[in-house]
Ligand binder design. Sequence first.
Ligand SMILES: Cc1cc2nc3c(=O)[nH]c(=O)nc-3n(C[C@H](O)[C@H](O)[C@H](O)COP(=O)(O)O)c2cc1C
Length: 148
Amino acid sequence: MASILILVGTESGNAQMVADALQPVLKAAGHSVDVSDKAARATDFLGNDVLLVVCATHGSGDIPTNILPLAETLEHDRPDLSGHRYGIIALGDMTYQDTFCGAGKKLDEIFARCGAARIGERLEVDASSQPLPDEEALTWIEGWKALV
Ligand SMILES: Cc1cc2nc3c(=O)[nH]c(=O)nc-3n(C[C@H](O)[C@H](O)[C@H](O)COP(=O)(O)O)c2cc1C
């Protein structure tokens, strides 16, 4: 069983709501699961072999301010994360065509560059067609958790 940390990037709470909906599902599958919106460096998840990033996009393709320190530290320091696996749930809105889910895509690249192995495909949730991101995430997690 895995030790999972759900990393939340949010400005207005949707990503936190998704994380809170997924935590009990992953726990029920037998994993230990914590949720954090404050992780800022790789040492904050040393004890977690699996990371699930749930991240909104703001501004114009920008990473939410609460998770920006983590993104910048990983990008700058390039720690060896080859012992970690990760998943990505990117929240966005298709009306921002050019920057749709930009922050989740950037974090996906950053974790891959640090050597972490992605589990499954990235989920991209479009707020313009899906007002309930937790529902879409709850469907997606069924496939993802089988791969953990
Ligand atoms: C001011 C603002 C800017 C946004 N910019 C983007 C964007 O560039 N790309 C995108 O895909 N979504 C964008 N969004 C949509 C949010 O990512 C989406 O509403 C998301 O569900 C918000 O999640 P949160 O409540 O966790 O912050 C923007 C939303 C707001 C309010």
